[in-house]
Design a protein around this ligand. Structure first.
Ligand SMILES: NC(=O)N[C@@H](O)C(=O)O
Ligand code: NI
Length: 166
């Protein structure tokens, strides 16, 4: 029987064990360009390791997930962080897990608003991109370079997510 999961609002505090929330946080704001631009400075810092590693920027075009949705696996990137910033003006789902002896614990699911992105810290368990509603584009900063940067674990019993109330 799948384990049902609740969906929580995405906040910097709740997401802190897993990474950073990318949003126009006034505490980070500095006026630039003669006062014509607000710079929300250093919301996160990409982290890539290994000889020949580099930070790259990508666009991911995600198909919307259908519900009820089963989380059957989680992944992590041991060699680099990975961030997702929505470009299509729609919210999306974020699922992350604490590490339990090298395996992902129960997923924690957050609803990211259309103006919120996330930066998964290096080696943090997360579910692949979960777009909502329609095909959605995301700006993704992650790692390119040699070495295996993907570890996947499949759960014995899936977890169940019901359609989020948007
Ligand atoms: N595989 C890939 O590049 N995407 C995943 O890492 C993901 O988190 O969506
Ligand atoms: Ni990933």
């Amino acid at each position: 029987m799948p384990h049902p999961l609740l969906i929580r609002p995405l906040t910097p505090e709740a997401f802190a064990p897993f990474g950073d929330v990318l949003e126009a946080n006034r505490d980070t704001m500095r006026l630039i360009n003669g006062g014509t631009t607000e710079r929300f400075h250093a919301l996160a810092s990409p982290d890539v390791v290994g000889e020949g590693a580099r930070v790259i920027l990508n666009i991911f075009r995600g198909q919307p997930r259908r519900f009820p949705y089963h989380i059957t696996m989680m992944e992590r990137h041991p060699l680099g962080s990975q961030s997702f910033t929505p470009l299509s003006g729609r919210p999306f789902l974020v699922a992350v897990s604490l590490d339990e002896g090298g395996k992902p614990g129960a997923p924690q699911v957050f609803l990211a608003k259309a103006h919120q992105g996330v930066n998964y810290h290096r080696n943090v368990w997360h579910h692949p991109l979960m777009a909502l509603g329609d095909v959605s584009d995301f700006l993704v900063a992650d790692r390119d370079g040699p070495g295996n940067n993907l570890e996947e674990v499949f759960f014995d019993t899936p977890y169940l997510i019901q359609e989020p109330a948007l």
